[in-house]
Design a protein around this ligand. Structure first.
Ligand SMILES: C[S@@+](CC[C@H](N)C(=O)[O-])C[C@H]1O[C@@H](n2cnc3c(N)ncnc32)[C@H](O)[C@@H]1O
Length: 303
Protein backbone atom coordinates (compact mmCIF):
# COMPACT_ATOMS: atom_id res chain seq x y z
CA UNK A 1 0.00 0.00 0.00
CA UNK A 2 2.91 2.37 0.69
CA UNK A 3 3.56 2.41 -3.08
CA UNK A 4 -0.07 2.55 -4.14
CA UNK A 5 -0.13 4.19 -7.59
CA UNK A 6 -3.32 6.08 -6.65
CA UNK A 7 -1.49 7.94 -3.89
CA UNK A 8 1.52 7.25 -1.69
CA UNK A 9 0.55 8.11 1.90
CA UNK A 10 2.68 10.82 3.48
CA UNK A 11 4.13 10.57 7.01
CA UNK A 12 2.23 7.30 7.33
CA UNK A 13 3.74 5.90 10.51
CA UNK A 14 4.19 9.09 12.48
CA UNK A 15 0.57 10.10 11.74
CA UNK A 16 -1.07 6.78 12.60
CA UNK A 17 1.16 6.05 15.64
CA UNK A 18 0.16 9.41 17.13
CA UNK A 19 -3.51 8.92 16.31
CA UNK A 20 -4.21 5.48 17.76
CA UNK A 21 -4.16 5.55 21.55
CA UNK A 22 -6.81 2.85 22.04
CA UNK A 23 -6.94 -0.25 19.83
CA UNK A 24 -10.65 -0.60 20.50
CA UNK A 25 -11.53 3.06 19.92
CA UNK A 26 -13.44 4.85 17.14
CA UNK A 27 -11.47 6.86 14.59
CA UNK A 28 -12.09 9.06 11.56
CA UNK A 29 -9.99 9.44 8.40
CA UNK A 30 -11.37 12.62 6.82
CA UNK A 31 -9.47 12.28 3.53
CA UNK A 32 -9.52 8.64 2.41
CA UNK A 33 -8.00 9.11 -1.10
CA UNK A 34 -6.11 5.91 -1.97
CA UNK A 35 -6.82 4.56 1.50
CA UNK A 36 -3.18 4.30 2.60
CA UNK A 37 -3.66 5.95 6.00
CA UNK A 38 -6.96 4.14 6.57
CA UNK A 39 -5.39 0.77 5.89
CA UNK A 40 -2.60 1.46 8.37
CA UNK A 41 -5.12 2.63 10.99
CA UNK A 42 -7.12 -0.59 10.60
CA UNK A 43 -3.95 -2.66 10.93
CA UNK A 44 -3.32 -0.98 14.29
CA UNK A 45 -6.87 -1.54 15.64
CA UNK A 46 -8.24 -4.66 17.33
CA UNK A 47 -11.93 -4.22 17.84
CA UNK A 48 -11.93 -0.49 17.03
CA UNK A 49 -13.86 1.21 14.24
CA UNK A 50 -12.92 3.54 11.44
CA UNK A 51 -15.16 5.92 9.51
CA UNK A 52 -13.61 7.50 6.41
CA UNK A 53 -14.69 10.45 4.24
CA UNK A 54 -13.92 11.46 0.69
CA UNK A 55 -15.90 13.79 -1.53
CA UNK A 56 -14.42 12.32 -4.73
CA UNK A 57 -16.43 9.46 -6.21
CA UNK A 58 -13.24 7.99 -7.71
CA UNK A 59 -11.80 7.40 -4.22
CA UNK A 60 -14.63 4.98 -3.43
CA UNK A 61 -13.10 2.34 -5.69
CA UNK A 62 -10.23 2.07 -3.17
CA UNK A 63 -12.58 0.98 -0.38
CA UNK A 64 -12.19 -2.42 1.26
CA UNK A 65 -14.40 -4.94 2.95
CA UNK A 66 -13.76 -4.90 6.69
CA UNK A 67 -16.58 -5.08 9.24
CA UNK A 68 -14.83 -2.37 11.30
CA UNK A 69 -14.79 0.10 8.40
CA UNK A 70 -17.21 2.49 6.64
CA UNK A 71 -16.43 4.94 3.82
CA UNK A 72 -18.80 7.80 3.04
CA UNK A 73 -18.79 10.06 0.00
CA UNK A 74 -19.17 13.33 1.88
CA UNK A 75 -17.42 16.60 2.35
CA UNK A 76 -15.72 16.55 5.75
CA UNK A 77 -17.42 19.86 6.57
CA UNK A 78 -20.39 17.62 7.53
CA UNK A 79 -18.36 15.68 10.12
CA UNK A 80 -20.70 16.15 13.05
CA UNK A 81 -23.88 15.27 11.11
CA UNK A 82 -22.29 12.15 9.65
CA UNK A 83 -21.03 11.03 13.06
CA UNK A 84 -24.55 11.44 14.42
CA UNK A 85 -26.06 9.55 11.49
CA UNK A 86 -23.64 6.64 12.11
CA UNK A 87 -24.34 6.71 15.85
CA UNK A 88 -20.71 7.45 16.73
CA UNK A 89 -21.15 10.37 19.14
CA UNK A 90 -17.61 11.58 19.80
CA UNK A 91 -14.53 9.72 18.56
CA UNK A 92 -11.06 8.89 19.87
CA UNK A 93 -9.11 10.48 17.05
CA UNK A 94 -9.33 12.27 13.72
CA UNK A 95 -6.84 12.34 10.85
CA UNK A 96 -6.87 14.81 7.94
CA UNK A 97 -4.38 14.64 5.07
CA UNK A 98 -5.49 17.74 3.20
CA UNK A 99 -5.48 18.78 -0.45
CA UNK A 100 -5.60 16.65 -3.57
CA UNK A 101 -4.34 13.13 -4.20
CA UNK A 102 -1.69 12.15 -6.76
CA UNK A 103 -4.45 10.41 -8.68
CA UNK A 104 -6.40 13.68 -8.96
CA UNK A 105 -3.27 15.56 -10.09
CA UNK A 106 -2.18 12.89 -12.53
CA UNK A 107 -5.55 12.20 -14.16
CA UNK A 108 -5.42 14.61 -17.09
CA UNK A 109 -9.14 15.15 -17.61
CA UNK A 110 -9.70 16.28 -14.01
CA UNK A 111 -8.00 19.52 -15.03
CA UNK A 112 -5.94 19.94 -11.81
CA UNK A 113 -2.57 20.09 -13.50
CA UNK A 114 -0.94 22.49 -15.94
CA UNK A 115 1.14 19.54 -17.20
CA UNK A 116 -1.81 18.27 -19.26
CA UNK A 117 -4.29 19.85 -21.61
CA UNK A 118 -7.84 19.36 -20.33
CA UNK A 119 -11.09 21.23 -19.77
CA UNK A 120 -10.96 23.68 -16.89
CA UNK A 121 -12.54 21.60 -14.14
CA UNK A 122 -10.59 21.04 -10.84
CA UNK A 123 -13.63 19.80 -8.90
CA UNK A 124 -12.87 17.14 -6.30
CA UNK A 125 -16.60 16.50 -6.14
CA UNK A 126 -17.72 16.09 -9.74
CA UNK A 127 -21.31 16.90 -8.71
CA UNK A 128 -20.42 20.40 -7.47
CA UNK A 129 -21.74 23.33 -9.51
CA UNK A 130 -18.64 25.56 -9.49
CA UNK A 131 -15.75 24.52 -11.74
CA UNK A 132 -12.53 26.23 -12.78
CA UNK A 133 -14.28 27.29 -16.00
CA UNK A 134 -16.68 29.59 -14.09
CA UNK A 135 -13.92 31.00 -11.91
CA UNK A 136 -11.65 31.79 -14.87
CA UNK A 137 -14.38 33.12 -17.15
CA UNK A 138 -16.89 34.75 -14.80
CA UNK A 139 -15.12 36.08 -11.69
CA UNK A 140 -14.86 39.86 -11.60
CA UNK A 141 -11.67 41.71 -10.76
CA UNK A 142 -12.26 41.89 -7.03
CA UNK A 143 -13.09 38.17 -6.74
CA UNK A 144 -10.14 37.19 -8.92
CA UNK A 145 -7.60 39.32 -7.08
CA UNK A 146 -8.80 37.94 -3.77
CA UNK A 147 -8.11 34.32 -4.75
CA UNK A 148 -4.78 35.09 -6.44
CA UNK A 149 -3.50 37.04 -3.44
CA UNK A 150 -4.99 34.92 -0.64
CA UNK A 151 -4.67 31.41 -2.08
CA UNK A 152 -1.85 31.78 -4.60
CA UNK A 153 0.14 34.25 -2.46
CA UNK A 154 0.81 36.46 -5.51
CA UNK A 155 1.76 40.07 -4.84
CA UNK A 156 -0.98 42.58 -5.67
CA UNK A 157 0.88 43.95 -8.72
CA UNK A 158 1.35 40.45 -10.17
CA UNK A 159 -2.28 39.54 -9.47
CA UNK A 160 -3.54 42.65 -11.29
CA UNK A 161 -1.43 41.77 -14.35
CA UNK A 162 -2.72 38.17 -14.34
CA UNK A 163 -6.33 39.32 -14.09
CA UNK A 164 -5.86 41.84 -16.94
CA UNK A 165 -4.42 39.20 -19.27
CA UNK A 166 -7.23 36.77 -18.47
CA UNK A 167 -9.89 39.45 -18.82
CA UNK A 168 -8.50 40.60 -22.17
CA UNK A 169 -8.56 37.04 -23.51
CA UNK A 170 -11.97 36.04 -22.18
CA UNK A 171 -13.61 39.18 -23.56
CA UNK A 172 -12.78 37.80 -27.04
CA UNK A 173 -13.68 34.13 -26.39
CA UNK A 174 -14.06 31.94 -23.29
CA UNK A 175 -10.91 30.34 -21.89
CA UNK A 176 -11.84 26.68 -22.08
CA UNK A 177 -8.81 24.56 -21.29
CA UNK A 178 -5.78 24.39 -19.04
CA UNK A 179 -3.59 24.97 -22.12
CA UNK A 180 -5.61 28.04 -23.04
CA UNK A 181 -5.13 29.40 -19.54
CA UNK A 182 -1.38 28.73 -19.58
CA UNK A 183 -1.03 30.43 -22.98
CA UNK A 184 -3.06 33.41 -21.79
CA UNK A 185 -0.72 34.14 -18.89
CA UNK A 186 2.48 33.00 -20.65
CA UNK A 187 3.79 36.56 -21.31
CA UNK A 188 3.84 37.07 -17.52
CA UNK A 189 5.57 33.83 -16.57
CA UNK A 190 9.17 34.32 -15.37
CA UNK A 191 11.28 31.94 -17.49
CA UNK A 192 13.23 30.42 -14.59
CA UNK A 193 10.15 30.00 -12.40
CA UNK A 194 7.55 28.79 -14.86
CA UNK A 195 6.44 25.78 -12.80
CA UNK A 196 6.26 27.75 -9.58
CA UNK A 197 4.18 30.50 -11.17
CA UNK A 198 1.73 28.09 -12.80
CA UNK A 199 1.52 25.93 -9.66
CA UNK A 200 0.50 29.02 -7.65
CA UNK A 201 -2.07 30.05 -10.26
CA UNK A 202 -3.60 26.57 -10.44
CA UNK A 203 -3.52 26.20 -6.65
CA UNK A 204 -5.41 29.44 -6.14
CA UNK A 205 -8.15 28.43 -8.59
CA UNK A 206 -8.39 24.90 -7.14
CA UNK A 207 -8.78 26.18 -3.57
CA UNK A 208 -11.58 28.47 -4.70
CA UNK A 209 -13.36 25.81 -6.79
CA UNK A 210 -13.40 23.39 -3.87
CA UNK A 211 -14.08 26.01 -1.22
CA UNK A 212 -11.19 24.46 0.67
CA UNK A 213 -10.56 27.14 3.26
CA UNK A 214 -14.22 27.42 4.20
CA UNK A 215 -14.55 23.62 4.52
CA UNK A 216 -11.42 23.48 6.70
CA UNK A 217 -12.67 26.27 8.95
CA UNK A 218 -16.07 24.60 9.39
CA UNK A 219 -14.37 21.29 10.15
CA UNK A 220 -11.98 22.74 12.73
CA UNK A 221 -14.83 24.45 14.55
CA UNK A 222 -16.68 21.12 14.93
CA UNK A 223 -13.70 19.23 16.35
CA UNK A 224 -14.15 20.17 20.03
CA UNK A 225 -17.63 18.60 19.98
CA UNK A 226 -16.59 15.55 17.96
CA UNK A 227 -13.44 14.39 19.77
CA UNK A 228 -13.49 12.72 23.21
CA UNK A 229 -11.24 13.87 26.03
CA UNK A 230 -7.61 12.78 25.39
CA UNK A 231 -8.48 12.02 21.77
CA UNK A 232 -5.80 13.07 19.27
CA UNK A 233 -6.28 15.05 16.05
CA UNK A 234 -3.59 14.83 13.37
CA UNK A 235 -3.48 17.22 10.40
CA UNK A 236 -1.14 17.06 7.42
CA UNK A 237 -1.13 20.29 5.38
CA UNK A 238 0.55 21.22 2.08
CA UNK A 239 0.55 25.00 1.94
CA UNK A 240 1.04 27.83 4.38
CA UNK A 241 -2.56 29.10 4.40
CA UNK A 242 -4.04 25.83 5.64
CA UNK A 243 -1.08 25.21 7.96
CA UNK A 244 -1.63 28.61 9.60
CA UNK A 245 -5.33 27.90 10.15
CA UNK A 246 -4.61 24.53 11.77
CA UNK A 247 -1.78 25.93 13.88
CA UNK A 248 -3.92 28.83 15.12
CA UNK A 249 -6.87 26.59 15.90
CA UNK A 250 -4.80 24.10 17.91
CA UNK A 251 -3.16 26.97 19.81
CA UNK A 252 -6.28 28.96 20.61
CA UNK A 253 -9.52 27.22 19.56
CA UNK A 254 -10.17 29.73 16.75
CA UNK A 255 -8.65 30.19 13.32
CA UNK A 256 -7.53 33.75 14.00
CA UNK A 257 -5.32 32.49 16.83
CA UNK A 258 -6.79 34.90 19.42
CA UNK A 259 -6.05 33.67 22.92
CA UNK A 260 -8.71 34.02 25.59
CA UNK A 261 -7.80 33.61 29.24
CA UNK A 262 -9.69 32.68 32.39
CA UNK A 263 -9.75 34.69 35.62
CA UNK A 264 -6.33 33.27 36.62
CA UNK A 265 -4.72 34.09 33.27
CA UNK A 266 -4.79 30.49 32.01
CA UNK A 267 -5.49 30.17 28.28
CA UNK A 268 -8.89 28.56 27.61
CA UNK A 269 -8.67 26.25 24.62
CA UNK A 270 -10.10 22.89 23.57
CA UNK A 271 -6.81 21.30 22.44
CA UNK A 272 -3.29 20.97 23.80
CA UNK A 273 -0.63 21.25 21.09
CA UNK A 274 1.50 18.08 20.98
CA UNK A 275 4.27 19.36 18.67
CA UNK A 276 5.20 23.05 18.68
CA UNK A 277 7.20 22.68 15.46
CA UNK A 278 5.52 20.86 12.58
CA UNK A 279 6.86 17.39 11.75
CA UNK A 280 8.11 17.17 8.16
CA UNK A 281 9.03 14.15 6.03
CA UNK A 282 12.61 12.86 6.04
CA UNK A 283 14.89 13.36 3.02
CA UNK A 284 14.43 9.65 2.27
CA UNK A 285 10.65 9.96 2.19
CA UNK A 286 10.88 13.02 -0.09
CA UNK A 287 13.27 11.29 -2.47
CA UNK A 288 10.82 8.36 -2.69
CA UNK A 289 7.76 10.60 -3.00
CA UNK A 290 8.28 14.17 -4.20
CA UNK A 291 4.66 15.06 -3.32
CA UNK A 292 5.69 14.78 0.35
CA UNK A 293 8.09 17.73 0.11
CA UNK A 294 5.72 20.45 1.32
CA UNK A 295 3.94 18.35 3.99
CA UNK A 296 3.70 19.57 7.58
CA UNK A 297 2.14 17.51 10.34
CA UNK A 298 0.57 19.04 13.43
CA UNK A 299 -1.16 17.16 16.21
CA UNK A 300 -3.10 18.10 19.30
CA UNK A 301 -4.93 16.39 22.17
CA UNK A 302 -8.48 17.18 23.29
CA UNK A 303 -8.32 18.45 26.87
C1 LIG B 1 -3.97 14.00 -0.01
S1 LIG B 1 -5.34 13.00 -0.45
C2 LIG B 1 -5.43 11.84 0.87
C3 LIG B 1 -4.61 10.63 0.65
C4 LIG B 1 -4.81 9.54 1.67
N1 LIG B 1 -4.41 9.95 3.00
C5 LIG B 1 -4.10 8.27 1.27
O1 LIG B 1 -3.37 7.71 2.09
O2 LIG B 1 -4.25 7.83 0.13
C6 LIG B 1 -6.71 14.03 -0.07
C7 LIG B 1 -8.06 13.40 -0.37
O3 LIG B 1 -9.01 14.12 0.40
C8 LIG B 1 -10.14 14.41 -0.37
N2 LIG B 1 -10.69 15.67 0.15
C9 LIG B 1 -10.11 16.90 0.14
N3 LIG B 1 -10.90 17.81 0.72
C10 LIG B 1 -12.00 17.14 1.13
C11 LIG B 1 -13.20 17.55 1.81
N4 LIG B 1 -13.43 18.82 2.15
N5 LIG B 1 -14.11 16.59 2.10
C12 LIG B 1 -13.90 15.30 1.74
N6 LIG B 1 -12.81 14.86 1.07
C13 LIG B 1 -11.87 15.77 0.79
C14 LIG B 1 -9.65 14.49 -1.79
O4 LIG B 1 -10.69 14.17 -2.69
C15 LIG B 1 -8.50 13.48 -1.81
O5 LIG B 1 -8.95 12.22 -2.26
Amino acid sequence: MENNPYHIPVLLHVATDALIQNKNGCYVDLTFGGGGHSKEILSKLDDGKLLAFDQDEDALKNSYADHRFNLVRQNFRHLQNVLNAYGYGSVDGVLADLGVSSYQFDTADRGFSFRFDAQLDMRMNSGASLSAYEVVNKYDEEEFLKILISYGEFRKGEAVKIFRKINEKRSQAPIKSTKDLCQTVSPLVPSRFENKFLAKLFQSIRIEVNNEMQALEELLCQLPDCVSQNGVVVFITYHSIEDRMVKNFFKSGNIEGNLSKDFYGKVIKPFEVLNKKPIVPSDDEISNNSRARSAKLRMAKRV
